[in-house]
Design a protein around this ligand. Structure first.
Ligand code: C2E
Ligand code: MG
Ligand code: MG
Length: 921
C-alpha cells in the first residue's frame, strides 16, 4: 500500500508509468493507423473493383432489359405484321412477352401523331423527342425524367412499312427490377448525361463510383451513368469489425503495458524509497544508518556504495570535528596537554587495536611528555597522566622527515616503552610521525600495534592533518612561551624584569601559606654610575651581567632573581627572614669582590634592603616600597651594608614629606632667612669674607637646621628655589652693607650640586649681581666635591664663565669627599675649605694634622687659598696659622649671625675673639 501511495506521490513513478504507456501507445497508434490506412486502401480498392464490376453487371443487365424491351417491341411489331393481326391498329393487344417488358404500347407517325395505343405515351414520346434535342426518327430509345419516381423510358421501333413508329413504355418494374428495394442495385442511381435521375435507389450515395452505360450503339441514344452501390454498407461493416478488433487489441496491449509498468515501478520504488530514507538519515548525520535493499541489482549496488560513502564521510567528519576542536584549542591558547590528549584520543578511535601516544616537547624545551588515552575510554574518562621522558631516552627518538614511517618491529625501543608503558614486549607494526616546526622536532606521534598496521589513504591523511595541528599547537605554545619570556625577562641579564618580578611576587603572595613566607631582598649597586661614566655603558652592561651571574651563584635554586631596572636587583627568597639576612650578607660579600672589566679590577659594592612577608607587608607594592626604603637607608648608612625594613624608616619618610610640605610654605610665606658667619684673614686679622647660611624658623617647631632640610630640599627639587632665595638675599644684604659702609668682604653662598647643574645658573648669578649692583668678585660660591663625581668636565664648563667673570669658587668640606689628589690641580676652584672634622682633631690626632698640612701644602702649590672651617679654639687657630692657612671660620670669631648683629660686631671692631652667639643654632 505504501508503494501505491508512493506511486501516486512519486513524480518518477508517474513519469515512468506515463512514459511506458506512451512508449506502448505511440507505436500502437502509429502501426495501427498505418495498417488501417493500408487496409482501408486495399478495401477501398477492392470495393472499387467490386463496385465497378457490380455497376457494370447491373448496367449490362439494364442494357439487356432495354434490349429485351426493344426486342419485345420489335417482336410485337413483327407480330403486328402477320396477317389478320394488325397491332398497329391495336397497339394495346400486346402479347405475353411484350406485356412482360412493356407497360404501354402506342404507334405514331413520324411527326408524332398518335396512330394507336396509348396516346399519353405518344405525347410523352413527343416530348422526349424534343426534350433531348435528338433528331426525330433516329432513335429508338427515349426517356423522360420524373421527379420522385422512375423515369419514363420509351423504346421505339420503326414500322417496316414505313408507317411510323411502334412505341412502348418499358415497364419500370421490369426495367428497374434490380433497383427495387432489396434488389441488387437498390443503392444505385441511374442518370442521363445531363444529370437527370432516371432511377435512384433509396440508399444511393452521392459521390459513389460510376459507370457509363453505352447506349449509342444499341439505341442511338446518349449514355446513361450508373452510380452508387449498396454493397458499400457491407464494406463498412467489415471495417467496423476490423476497427473493433484493433481497438480491443490496443486496449489489451495498453492494459498489459500499464500493469507491467505498475509492477516495474513498484519494484523500482521500494528500494528507491529505502534509499531516499537512507539519504535523509545521512543528511541528519546518522552516518551509521543502513538501508535494507537487497543486493543483486543497481539499487543494491547504490545502497552498498552509499553505505561505504557514509562510512568514509562519517569518519572524515569525525576527523574534521576533532581537527576543528584542536584548531579552537590552538586559537584559545588552551593547555597543550588537552590538545595532545585529544589528538591521541582521535588516533586511538581510529586504531582501536593499537596503542597511541603523542610525545610533545614542552614549550620551554625542557622536557618531553607522552600524552595518551586508554583504548575504549569515553570522553568523560580521566586520561592517564602524561609521562615525562628521560632526556637521554628522548634523545633516541627517530627524527627523520615529516612522513608517516611504519615498519614491522619486533623489539620495542626504550623511548617507545617510556611513552607507552603498557606496550607488549613485541609489536608487529610500529608507526611514528614526526611533527616539526622550522627544522625542529616538536612532537612524535607513535602508533604501536601487536597485529601490524594497514593504513589506508584516509587514515594517513588524517594522521598527517593531526600531526600538522600538533606542530602548530606546539609552535604556538613555544612562541607564546618565548613571548612571555621576553615580556618577563630582562634581555641583558636573563633575570626577571620588573613585570616578571611582579608576577613572581604575586604568585608567591597568592600561594602564601603559613610555611610559605618569603622575603624581598632589594639590592642596589654602589658606585655603578661611576663605572658607567668612567668605563662606558658597554662596560656597565658587562658589570650588570657579571653581578647577575654572581647572584645566581649565591642565591640558590629556591630564589627568584630579577633586575627591575638600572643597577637594582631583587631576590625573592622563600623562607624565613633569617634566610634573607644570610643571603643579603652573602650578596654584600660577593658583590664586594672586584670585577674584572676591560682589564681593570673594578670595585663596586651593594646596598641591600630587605622586607619580609608577612612580617613587613603582605602586598606586593608595600613589600617593594619597604624593601626599597630599607635599601636606601642601607645606602645612606654607608656602602656595602644591608638592613631590614623597620618602622623608623617610614617615620623618616613621613618626616621628609612633612619637611617638603612645610618648606614649600616657608618659601611662599617668607619663613626663610639668612645668617652670616664671617671668615677672618689670619694675616690681616680682618674679616675677609662672610658665608651666608640659611635659617628656617618654623612657626610651630621653631628653628630647623639646614642639615635637616637641605638634603630633603635637594631630593624634593626645592633646592633651586631655596638657592635662588639665598643668592638674592645675600647679594641684597651685601648691597645694604656696602651702602651702609660696612665691609664684610666677599659674601659666600652655598650652592647645591643640583642648583649648579640646572640650566641658566650662571645667568641667574650674573643677573642677581647686576640687580644689586655688585661685581662678580664680590661673590664666592661654595660647592662640594660630590658635584664633580660623574660629570667633571660638565661642571668645569658650567663654572668656567663664572670664574672667568671673576666670581670666586670655593670647595667646601674639602677632605670628606672623593676627590683624588691627582685631579685636584684640575679642579676649577680658587679656595679650599678644610672640613671641620679635620680642624676639630688638630693637635689631637697626628693624622688630622698630616691631612691639614698636606691640604695646605697642596693649596699653596696650586696657588689656591685655604680656609679652615669650624675653628673654635685659639689653639686650633694657631695650629692652622702655623700650617700656613689663609683664613679661619668658626665660633672662635663668630657664630652665624643675623645681618644686624654682624653689622654691629663689625662696627664695634672685629679683632676680639668671638663672644657667644646671640641666637645659637
Ligand atoms: P657649611 O657650608 O660647611 O657651613 C658651615 C657650617 O658649620 C654651618 O652650619 C655653621 O653654623 C657651622 N659652623 C661654623 N663654625 C662652627 C664651629 O666653630 N663649630 C661648629 N660646631 N659648627 C660651626 P649650618 O649653618 O648649620 O649649615 C650646615 C650646612 O648646611 C652647611 O655647611 C651647608 O653645607 C648647608 N647650608 C647652610 N646654608 C645653606 C644654604 O644657604 N645653601 C646650601 N646649599 N646649603 C646650606
Ligand atoms: Mg659652606
Ligand atoms: Mg663646610
Amino acid at each position: 500500500m505504501r508503494v501505491h501511495g508512493l506511486f501516486l506521490r512519486s513524480a518518477v513513478a508517474r513519469r515512468i508509468f506515463w512514459a511506458l504507456l506512451a512508449a506502448a501507445l505511440l507505436p500502437l497508434v502509429l502501426v495501427g493507423s498505418l495498417a488501417w490506412g493500408t487496409l482501408s486502401e486495399r478495401l477501398d480498392g477492392q470495393a472499387q473493383q467490386v463496385h465497378q464490376a457490380m455497376l457494370k453487371q447491373i448496367g449490362l443487365r439494364l442494357f439487356d432489359r432495354l434490349g429485351a424491351a426493344q426486342a419485345a417491341l420489335a417482336a410485337h411489331a413483327e407480330q403486328g405484321l402477320r396477317p389478320g393481326h394488325d397491332p398497329w391498329l391495336r397497339p394495346d393487344a400486346a402479347d405475353g412477352v411484350a406485356r412482360l417488358a412493356l407497360a404501354a404500347l402506342a404507334t405514331a407517325d413520324d411527326d408524332g401523331v398518335a396512330a394507336g395505343g396509348a396516346p399519353a405515351l405518344v405525347a410523352a414520346w413527343r416530348a422526349a423527342r424534343t426534350g433531348d434535342g435528338a433528331p426525330a426518327g433516329q432513335r429508338d430509345l427515349w426517356w423522360q425524367a420524373r421527379p420522385g419516381e422512375a423515369a419514363l423510358v420509351i423504346v421505339g421501333h420503326r414500322d417496316a412499312r414505313g408507317r411510323g413508329w411502334w412505341l412502348a413504355e418499358i415497364d419500370p418494374a421490369f426495367l428497374w427490377a434490380d433497383f427495387a428495394s432489396g434488389g441488387a442495385a437498390a443503392g444505385m442511381c441511374v442518370r442521363d448525361l445531363a444529370g437527370r435521375p432516371l432511377r435512384c435507389g433509396d440508399e444511393a450515395a452521392a459521390g459513389a463510383p460510376s459507370w457509363n452505360l453505352f447506349l449509342h450503339a444499341g439505341f442511338g441514344a446518349p449514355d446513361w451513368r450508373l452510380q452508387g452501390f449498396s454493397l458499400a454498407g457491407g464494406d463498412l461493416m467489415a471495417r467496423d469489425v476490423l476497427g473493433a478488433w484493433a481497438a480491443q487489441g490496443a486496449l489489451l496491449t495498453l492494459l498489459l503495458v500499464a500493469s507491467l509498468s505498475l509492477v516495474l515501478v513498484r519494484r523500482t520504488l521500494r528500494p528507491l524509497d529505502a534509499l531516499i530514507a537512507l539519504a535523509r538519515r545521512f543528511a541528519a548525520r546518522e552516518w551509521t544508518a543502513r538501508a535494507a535493499v537487497p543486493a543483486g541489482d543497481e539499487f543494491g549496488e547504490l545502497a552498498s556504495a552509499l553505505h561505504a560513502m557514509a562510512d568514509r564521510v562519517g569518519r572524515q567528519l569525525q576527523g574534521m570535528q576533532v581537527q576543528a576542536e584542536v584548531d579552537n584549542a590552538i586559537l584559545e591558547g588552551r593547555d597543550i596537554g588537552d590538545v595532545m590528549r585529544r589528538v591521541a584520543g582521535r588516533l586511538q578511535e581510529l586504531l582501536p587495536h593499537a596503542q597511541v601516544a603523542v610525545i610533545a616537547r614542552d614549550p620551554d624545551g625542557a622536557a618531553w611528555r607522552a600524552h595518551r588515552v586508554d583504548a575504549g575510554a569515553g570522553p568523560r574518562d580521566r586520561p592517564p597522566p602524561a609521562v615525562v621522558l628521560d632526556a637521554a631516552v628522548a634523545s633516541a627518538m627517530p627524527l627523520d622527515g615529516l612522513a608517516v614511517h611504519c615498519r614491522s618491529e619486533r623489539g620495542v625501543p626504550p623511548w617507545l616503552r617510556a611513552a607507552l608503558p603498557d606496550v607488549p614486549a613485541a609489536v608487529d607494526g610500529l608507526c611514528w610521525v614526526p611533527a616539526r616546526w622550522q627544522d625542529d622536532l616538536v612532537a612524535l606521534i607513535v602508533i604501536a600495534s601487536p597485529r601490524g598496521l594497514a593504513a589506508d589513504e584516509d587514515l594517513l591523511r588524517e594522521v598527517t592533518e593531526l600531526r600538522d595541528r600538533v606542530a602548530v599547537t606546539l609552535a604556538a605554545a613555544t612562541r607564546a612561551h618565548h613571548l612571555v619570556e621576553r615580556a618577563v625577562r630582562d634581555g641583558l641579564t636573563g633575570l626577571l624584569n620588573s613585570s616578571g618580578m611582579h608576577e613572581a611576587c604575586d604568585r608567591l603572595l597568592g600561594a602564601r601559606g603559613a610555611a610559605a613566607a618569603f622575603s624581598m631582598v632589594c639590592m642596589d649597586l654602589d658606585a655603578f654610575k661611576e663605572v658607567n661614566d668612567s668605563l662606558g655603558h658597554a662596560a656597565g652592561d658587562e658589570l650588570l651581567r657579571a653581578v647577575a651571574q654572581r647572584l645566581r651563584g649565591a642565591a640558590g635554586p629556591q630564589a627568584l632573581l630579577a633586575r627591575p631596572g638600572g643597577d637594582e636587583f631583587v631576590v625573592l627568597l622563600p623562607g624565613p627572614p633569617d634566610a634573607a639576612a644570610a643571603l643579603a650578607a652573602r650578596l654584600c660579600q660577593v658583590v664586594e669582590q672586584p670585577f674584572a672589566l676591560r682589564g681593570q679590577a673594578v670595585h663596586v659594592g651593594a646596598s641591600i634592603g630587605i622586607a619580609s612577608c608577612p612580617q613587613h607587608a603582605s602586598d606586593r607594592e608595600e613589600l617593594m616600597r619597604r624593601a626599597d626604603l630599607a635599601m636606601y637607608a642601607a645606602k645612606a648608612a654607608g656602602r656595602g651594608h644591608w638592613r631590614f625594613y623597620d618602622a623608623a624608616l617610614d617615620a623618616r619618610l613621613a618626616e621628609k614629606a612633612w619637611l617638603v610640605r612645610e618648606l614649600r610654605l616657608a618659601l611662599d610665606q617668607g619663613g626663610l632667612a639668612l645668617h652670616y658667619q664671617p671668615r677672618v684673614d689670619l694675616h690681616s686679622r680682618r674679616v675677609h669674607s662672610t658665608e651666608a647660611l640659611v635659617r628656617w624658623t618654623h612657626p610651630a617647631q621653631g628653628s630647623i637646621a639646614p642639615q635637616r632640610f637641605i638634603p630633603v630640599a635637594e631630593e624634593a627639587g626645592l633646592i633651586e628655589a631655596v638657592g635662588a632665595f639665598v643668592l638674592d638675599s645675600a647679594l641684597a644684604q651685601q648691597r645694604c652693607w656696602r651702602d651702609a659702609g660696612i665691609d664684610v668682604g666677599r659674601v659666600a653662598v652655598n650652592v647645591s650640586p643640583r642648583q649648579l647643574r640646572a640650566d641658566g645658573f650662571a645667568l641667574q648669578v650674573f643677573s642677581a649681581l647686576a640687580t644689586h649692583g655688585l661685581r662678580p668678585a664680590d661673590l664666592e660660591l661654595e660647592i662640594t666635591e660630590s658635584l664633580f663625581v660623574g660629570d667633571f668636565d660638565a661642571v668645569c664648563a658650567r663654572l668656567a664663565p663664572l670664574r672667568d667673570a671673576g666670581v670666586v669658587v670655593a670647595l667646601d668640606d674639602f677632605g670628606t669627599g672623593y676627590s683624588s689628589l691627582s685631579v685636584l690641580h684640575r679642579l676649577p676652584v680658587d679656595v679650599l675649605k678644610i672640613d671641620r672634622s679635620f680642624v676639630v682633631e688638630l693637635g689631637q690626632r697626628a693624622s688630622a694634622d698630616a691631612v691639614a698640612r698636606s691640604i695646605v701644602a697642596l693649596a699653596r702649590a696650586l696657588d689656591k687659598r685655604v680656609v679652615a672651617e669650624g675653628v673654635e679654639t685659639l689653639e686650633q687657630e694657631q695650629h692652622l696659622a702655623a700650617l700656613g692657612c689663609d683664613e679661619v671660620q668658626g665660633y672662635l670669631h663668630a657664630r652665624p649671625l643675623p645681618p644686624a648683629a654682624l653689622a654691629e660686631r663689625l662696627r664695634a671692631g672685629f679683632a676680639a675673639p668671638a663672644a657667644p652667639e646671640a641666637a645659637p643654632v
